[in-house]
Design a protein around this ligand. Structure first.
Ligand SMILES: [Zn+2]
Ligand SMILES: [Zn+2]
Length: 343
């Protein structure tokens, strides 16, 4: 009897098809969104911030410093940034590296525009995000930023910081502060912007309305305030704040736990998964129908393949075996199968 066997086979095959489809769906769901985002740079700002805050995807953070000759980062500033990274992220390994020295151009009034900065970053940045490592690139320049000559630093999301060391030096020139006091604050401030502070891609109640993406310091001093105030003369002042206020720390916790809203990347992912389900359905139908036709054909073949020796066994010497007997037997077998099929 062939039908019970083929039924089992049929359903077995369909089960295998759906197991394969299920695995494909799981793989698509976990690997397609990051693949699409990675290749088309479709990460939201807070998603990059999460890469810094969490340890899951990248357990090591390299902070690479490249600087124009004579504009080295101060040890105090580098140490403080490393300390803040350790305080606010879950990174297992944090490495600060002074990488390359950019030749001094002797142009004291050097003015950098966006293209100049991009060009320097392309030429001097040696480390990229890969495997388990994420990178923050810090560029120390002489001169000023074209858009705002009073700018002390810039955050260029997702992973670059620019520090205008000459502007910092000139700011503290007539004060009791050391340039490292301001440099530390600027470095941590720009790092805060890479972490999406304040209100980059999310709503923050303490965002400074006059200076977007900065802290209004409504509950105390904060490194994310829009400006650094330095008084000249003999005035005995404290170094500018170089830590996040508790409201900004709450924001960091919010950013860390922020879930991805349904967007373009998920539309693509769900479309691919729907396609996989369709393939599964088409394959199942094909298996079911193909098997049915195959069964009928197979039975017919079996019906005619009655072994000749069976006839021989029944042969009594001197007696002519009627060929019909074999046919009867075969017919019966065939009939039996028909009965089964009708059940
Ligand atoms: Zn800022
Ligand atoms: Zn703040």
């Amino acid at each position: 009897m062939f039908n019970p066997m083929s039924l089992r086979k049929k359903y077995g095959l369909v089960a295998v098809v759906w197991i394969v489809i299920l695995v494909a769906i799981l793989v698509t769901n976990s690997f397609l969104p990051p693949l699409v985002k990675e290749n088309f740079e479709l990460y939201e700002p807070y998603e990059y911030s999460q890469m810094y805050l969490e340890n899951e995807s990248y357990r090591e953070l390299i902070i690479e410093y490249d600087h124009v000759q004579g504009r080295e980062p101060s040890r105090e500033a580098m140490d403080l940034l490393e300390k803040r990274v350790e305080e606010y992220t879950s990174k297992e390994v944090v490495v600060s590296k002074i990488d390359e020295t950019i030749p001094f151009t002797e142009n004291l009034n050097k003015i950098y525009d966006e293209d100049d900065i991009s060009d320097y970053q392309d030429r001097y940045r040696s480390h990229q995000r890969e495997d388990e490592t994420i990178v923050i690139h810090v560029l120390y320049l002489d001169g000023v930023w074209k858009e705002n000559e009073r700018a002390l630093g810039l955050a260029r999301r997702p992973s670059s910081i620019v520090i205008f060391k000459d502007v910092i030096n000139s700011l503290v020139l007539d004060s009791n502060l050391g340039s490292e006091d301001v440099e530390q604050a600027v470095l941590v401030h720009e790092f805060g912007h890479l972490l999406s502070l304040v209100g980059v891609g999310y709503e923050s109640e303490h965002e400074d309305l006059n200076n977007p993406h900065h802290c209004d310091e409504s509950e105390g001093d904060c490194v994310m305030a829009a400006s650094v105030e330095v008084k000249g003369g003999d005035y005995d002042q404290e170094a500018p704040p170089n830590d996040f206020c508790h409201l900004c720390r709450n924001d960091l916790e919010y950013i860390r736990g922020k879930e991805e809203p349904f967007g373009f990347v998920y539309m693509i992912t769900y479309a691919v998964m729907a396609g996989e389900v369709m393939i599964g359905a088409v394959m199942s139908v094909t298996v079911i129908f193909w098997k049915k036709r195959g069964d009928t054909k197979k039975n017919t073949t079996d019906h005619y393949e009655l072994p000749p020796y069976e006839v021989k066994d029944r042969h009594i010497e001197g007696e002519e075996i009627p060929r019909r007997e074999a046919c009867d037997h075969t017919d019966y077998d065939h009939y039996d199968q028909d009965e089964y099929e009708r059940m």
